[in-house]
Design a binder for this molecule. Structure first.
Ligand code: NAP
Length: 498
């Protein structure tokens, strides 16, 4: 079950938010008494409560906001129990002094905001001796292996154990803990108010990840990267999995740089079936796979890992085809026949990972590619490697290209008034492809439309690379239109489509 944590400074607001949460479908709400700026009046908060509640009052030493005395705090917890609240959260030391009474269930909790200790099982044993109905263990994840240890503890416990890790690295454990038998996961009532590190909003947990439907048979996929918080991949993949009626979930994994192989090994127990791969792991992903596609071999980087039946990884690079197909679609070619590219002049802005895929894809089909990069040396190195031309950043407008591809982040939100290419360097015979997808209508795309250029936006590429991953993961056709619509909605003022 999802428990929504609610913390506000005024009683009136707690009562109003609680009612609103019930209307939003919340089934269990944690009332954080320590967030109130005045001495809490428990009776007022629980009278006519619209959902069952957990009463929690965290001390400053447990990263809570309680500023009253410990005696006052314990009196509040006892009075909540006497009033018959459904659950009360008691920290290990307090659980010893506050006995069971009436029907109120006891959540005996342990929090560690620094690490996931090696002796998790001993901590669990200690809490189990304190008459809990639910043992709650919440720790900071500093590496993906912490997630595995925590979920193993939950799975093998003989007492109901709500166990998950905090922080961005720990997020997968919040989403997956129910799969291993955790009776609760915690979410925040409002995306702007995180009551514990790494909490996500209630609707995201319920309507995007479908927490309550994740079972041991649910297939797990994910995206690895660092940073990963703003990745749109969980959104488009979960929407597509749901539309296709597949029992699967797709989760973001923050994996620190240079730790991909070790981290995937540490996550092995979770049986994850496939990963999308983003910065900074694309080269490492290519090197850990036992089998690579010809595209990965040529580019030297992979954006997809697929589990083989014997538990190894195969790699693919779906950016390559996504770029190629996006350009062909922009030129009005809906087949895979790329012969139209032969002899076309392409200016490629940027010399990073996306530029590499684009340069290889265009050159392989006979296009005459020139790479322009802010850091000249990078353009030169990439051009030498691929066997194409390069030019200085200041000369990028000098040629008269047939195709312009921007693979720099210039123009990306929030810098929407920037463009990497002057409007007066554009002409109506050009195809302009901006790989930036947030916003979709970048200033470069707007200028190109004004000059009657053909245009392709970054959404085209994003959806095509994700759709191909979906097919590799599930062996089923991808509902690409749903992916496209969800991505457009997410970057629009309407906001997330769930
Ligand atoms: P990357 O490896 O970090 O490369 C970024 C490139 O952009 C580098 O050449 C960098 O030059 C250049 N650059 C950065 N800031 C610049 C600026 N202010 N002015 C001029 N050049 C600048 O990143 P990547 O993986 O190639 O991704 C680049 C962009 O492509 C992303 O931001 C994203 O918008 C887009 N992309 C889109 C998709 C999609 O599916 N639509 C997929 C992948 C990427 P320096 O070497 O001088 O820093």
């Amino acid at each position: 079950m999802i428990c929504v944590s609610l913390g506000r400074t005024r009683h009136k607001m707690v009562v109003a938010e609680h009612r609103a949460l019930a209307e939003r479908g919340a089934e269990l709400v944690e009332l954080r008494l320590d967030w109130l700026s005045h001495l809490p009046d428990v009776g007022r908060l629980i009278e006519n409560r619209p959902t069952p509640v957990i009463i929690t009052c965290r001390r400053a030493e447990d990263r809570g906001r309680w500023r009253g005395t410990e005696e006052q705090r314990q009196t509040l917890l006892r009075s909540a129990i006497v009033s018959g609240v459904e659950y009360v959260d008691l920290e290990e030391d307090v659980a010893r002094t506050i006995p069971r009474y009436g029907k109120t269930k006891r959540i005996v909790s342990y929090h560690n905001f620094d690490e996931t200790p090696v002796d998790l099982q001993q901590i669990h044993n200690r809490l189990a001796r304190l008459d809990p109905d639910i043992i709650k263990i919440v720790t900071m994840a500093n590496s993906p292996g912490d997630i595995t240890r925590m979920l193993q503890l939950v799975k093998h416990s003989d007492k109901p154990t709500a166990g998950f890790c905090m922080g961005e690295i720990g997020l997968p454990s919040r989403i997956l803990c129910g799969r291993y038998g955790s009776p609760l996961t915690y979410c925040t009532f409002n995306a702007d108010r995180e009551l514990a590190p790494g909490q996500i909003q209630f609707e995201e947990m319920r309507d995007l990840y479908h927490y309550d439907r994740i079972g041991l048979d649910t297939q797990v996929f994910g995206v690895v990267g660092d940073p990963i918080a703003h990745s749109m991949s969980p959104l488009v993949h979960n929407i597509a999995l749901q539309k296709a009626g597949i029992d699967a979930v797709y989760i973001p994994f923050r994996i620190p740089q240079d730790t991909l192989a070790r981290s995937l090994n540490d996550l092995d127990w979770l049986g994850i079936r496939g990963f999308s791969v983003t910065i900074p792991h694309k080269e490492a992903a290519a090197s850990i796979a036992i089998r690579e596609s010809p595209t990965v071999h040529t580019i030297g980087a992979a954006n997809t890992l697929i589990r083989t039946p014997d538990g190894q990884w195969e790699s693919e690079n779906t950016d390559y085809d996504a770029i190629l197909q996006s350009v062909l679609a922009g030129l009005g070619v809906e087949s895979d026949d790329a012969s139209i590219l032969a002899g076309r002049k392409v200016i490629l802005l940027g010399a990073g990972g996306a530029a590499r895929s684009a340069a290889v894809a265009m050159s392989a089909h006979g296009a005459l590619v020139t790479i322009a990069s802010r850091t000249r040396k990078r353009a030169e190195t990439l051009a030498d490697e691929i066997g194409c031309q390069h030019c200085g950043w200041e000369n990028r407008g000098a040629g008269e290209p047939d195709i312009l591809i921007n693979t720099t982040p210039v123009g990306m939100h929030p810098n929407v008034n920037d463009t990497p290419f002057n409007a007066n360097w554009l002409n109506e015979n050009m195809l302009v492809f901006d790989t930036v997808y947030n916003p979709e209508q970048t200033l470069l795309i707007k200028h190109a439309r004004e000059r009657n250029c053909k245009v392709v936006t970054g959404i085209e590429m994003f959806v095509r690379q994700a759709a191909r991953q979906f097919e590799l993961f599930t062996s089923q056709p991808c509902p690409s239109e749903e992916m496209r619509a969800s991505l457009r909605a997410a970057i629009s003022p309407i906001g997330k489509p769930y």
